[in-house]
Design a protein around this ligand. Sequence first.
Ligand code: GLY
Length: 304
Amino acid sequence: MRPAIIVHGGAWDIPPDMREAHLQGCSRAVEEGYALLSQGRSALDAVEAAVRLMEDDPTFDAGRGSFLNSDGEVELDAIIMEGDELRTGAVAAVQHILHPISLARAVMDRTQHCLLVGDGALRFARSIEMDTVEVPELLTCRELERWKAIRAEKAFEQRDVFEDAVTRYKRKGTVGAVALDSKGTIAAATSTGGTPNKLAGRVGDSPLIGCGNYADSRIAGVSVTGWGESIMKVVLAKRVCDNMERGMRPYEAGAEAIAYLKARVDGLAGVIVLARDGDMAHAFNTPHMAMACIDGQGRKKASL
Ligand code: GLY
């Protein structure tokens, strides 16, 4: 099996002055993941490493630079899944963690559970001696200014974050990666800071299995970005996988699921899809979706 990997850096109305940073961030992440796959490392290692790079990059709504919630706190969601045995680990509404994707992996590898939330997730991180950080390390000045602007605007709508044609705030998006390794294993990972000014304790689609992420090595892997409250209602990632199982190719499978999301709940999202034969695609109904991929022949593509 020839390794392949695809990553995304959010789907929304990305303004011209932020496009280069999104392309660069996605390119760096996909190259990091592909380098590990080329050394024979696992799809899990590749998606974790790719997502960690994007969690470090304040261009994206994940890890450092994430949106603030209504209390002015950073609460993060992440999930990782390997498709051989359908093992998964996730964390939600966790604070003080720079790399929630690695905490999600530890939940998968080191507990009997699939999802830990809030203070329990943080206590687990401390119990395995994972580094914790204070809010200033996760916070950027830009996020503080955005938070103040949103708080001043009474009619702020969460959905506008993804579609608003008038860029009132510089926004950002969820990150994710799907990889196929030389053994034929597919893994998928998704990490997010959620939506700006979300209520404390709000959890979106990203850490929910089948909603923001899914991987089955017999079929495909999927990572999702977009408006979580719409995505989780239609269990979007699993719908894409089910479409693949019914014989659709990756673009068709993603596009059908996005069309259903739009028709059923007026949702907004983007998906990346990587099939077990290495074929891959992305589909979205937002103005832009940041992505990069490297296929089985080592050919790289990045687009917005
Ligand atoms: N899709 C990210 C979120 O809504 O939290």
